[in-house]
Unconditional design. Structure first.
Length: 431
């Protein structure tokens, strides 16, 4: 054994980066290559070397890493020699630091050469035979080397070739393309030429996107993010600093309907936006899907329309549709003002809000609103406008409930007495 040996493996790696200066690409395309020079320590036999203590532990670690490397080479050679069912087996690269460092040099995107150091002495016959078998298994590994090119640069190059091919194809057919990618005026184009022109436009657009610098992409992303936040805010959705949705609030510009419910916790949880133009309301069974879907009693397939024009929203009820505004059944188009209570069918109660109108008449509304415009207010208003005395109706329902309860109690008492009489008669007969 060499007394001056480092008693370790050595891996020297050189990374080469080739950059092609080309004004058409920013940043310029690069190709990367890595060269690894590996010096493996020889296996040691404790009987022949007579190692003890620390040297014995070092020799054991060397033999362990070489054994793991041998297992990796054997499995790679078996996978390359014959394909087994179930796909390739798991290669134990992680079992040692050496195999983990050399994972890209063994059976991957690489070209690998192994130099075996042999001894002609007969006393080293076993070690020489083992090393030759080691090298023979390494020869069976199949490596497929490819060029490590920047994927964006490769895609841009392929797109340029595709653009040139499409232009030459159009030129052969007599179609001239201007700088904007459109055929010259007067040129007659067939369906095949139109498809080719469309492919050309798509390729040029994709190539322009790939040629954008990092700063340009960042600016575009920030602009899109800003527009998204503004749209969400206008729709009544609050967003955090990372763009995630935090909650719902009333929009600042767009007129909308907000739901009212008998349960205060469920009121003002749904917002229906009345966009510019026409917003249709109906049930899910409608042939033409409405913008706002409602289900329940007295909701027709096409129930009503909200028309938003010139900063004014008008409700157009359909024939035989049950629509109430501030408690009044409407059959003709009705202009809505902020704070109006809108009831559709028997169960759907809304309050109409117009943020711009509300800002203009905030003081007047504050003076006029003596109580909150909630579900209870809308129901009381509906009963009053329909000529129904709410107190009388409640008393009537309470009286009916009391009568029902009294009858049930009397029936239970009769059943109880009948049961007691039967038990008493049975007791007398038994006595």
């Amino acid at each position: 054994m060499n007394s001056t040996s480092s008693r370790s493996h050595a891996v020297f790696t050189i990374v080469l980066t080739q950059t092609r200066l080309n004004t058409e690409f920013d940043p310029p395309p690069q190709r990367v290559s890595k060269i690894s020079l590996v010096d493996l320590a020889g296996s040691e036999r404790a009987n022949s070397t007579g190692a003890e203590g620390q040297r014995l532990k070092e020799g054991a670690n060397i033999n362990k890493s070489l054994t793991t490397l041998g297992l990796v080479i054997s499995k790679l050679a078996e996978d390359a020699g014959k394909k087994k069912k179930g796909g390739p087996r798991v290669v134990p690269y992680r079992d040692s630091v050496l195999t983990w460092l050399l994972r890209e040099n063994l059976g991957g995107n690489s070209k690998t050469a192994m130099i075996a150091a042999l001894s002609p002495a007969d006393i080293n016959f076993d070690e020489t035979l083992s090393t030759m078998r080691y090298a023979d298994r390494a020869k069976q590994i199949v490596c497929r080397a490819t060029i490590n090119e920047d994927p964006n640069a490769k895609l841009i190059r392929e797109l340029k070739e595709e653009v040139q091919r499409l232009k030459s194809l159009l030129g052969d057919r007599g179609v001239q393309i201007d700088a904007a990618g459109k055929p010259h005026s007067g040129a007659r184009t067939l369906a095949a030429e139109e498809d080719t022109i469309e492919q050309l436009k798509t390729s040029e657009k994709l190539m322009a996107q790939l040629n954008e610098t990092w700063d340009e992409k960042l600016q575009k992303t920030e602009y899109i993010k800003k527009l998204r936040v503004e749209e969400l805010r206008e729709m009544g959705l609050a967003t955090g600093t990372d763009g995630t949705t935090l909650g719902v609030f009333s929009p600042t510009k767009l007129p909308h309907l907000v739901n009212l419910n008998e349960d205060p916790l469920m009121s003002e949880c749904l917002l229906y936006y009345l966009k510019e133009g026409e917003t249709r309301v109906g049930n899910p069974e409608a042939q033409h899907k409405p913008d706002i879907l409602l289900s329940g009693q007295q909701i027709l397939e096409q129930h009503c329309r909200f028309v938003n024009e010139d900063l004014c929203v008008t409700l157009f009820p359909e024939p035989n549709a049950q629509c109430f505004v501030n408690g009044n059944l409407i059959v003709e188009p009705t202009k809505l003002t902020t704070g109006c209570r809108v009831i559709l069918g028997n169960n759907h109660v809304f309050r109409y809000n117009d943020p711009q109108e509300a800002r203009q008449s905030r003081h007047n509304l504050a003076a006029a609103a003596k109580e909150p415009l909630d579900w209870k207010y809308a129901q009381v208003e509906l009963f009053e406008k329909q000529g129904i005395d709410l107190k009388k109706e409640m008393d009537k329902k309470l009286f009916e409930m009391e009568q029902t309860f009294r009858k049930e109690m009397e029936e239970l008492e009769r059943q109880h007495k009948r049961k007691n009489n039967v038990s008493f008669e049975f007791f007398l007969k038994k006595g």
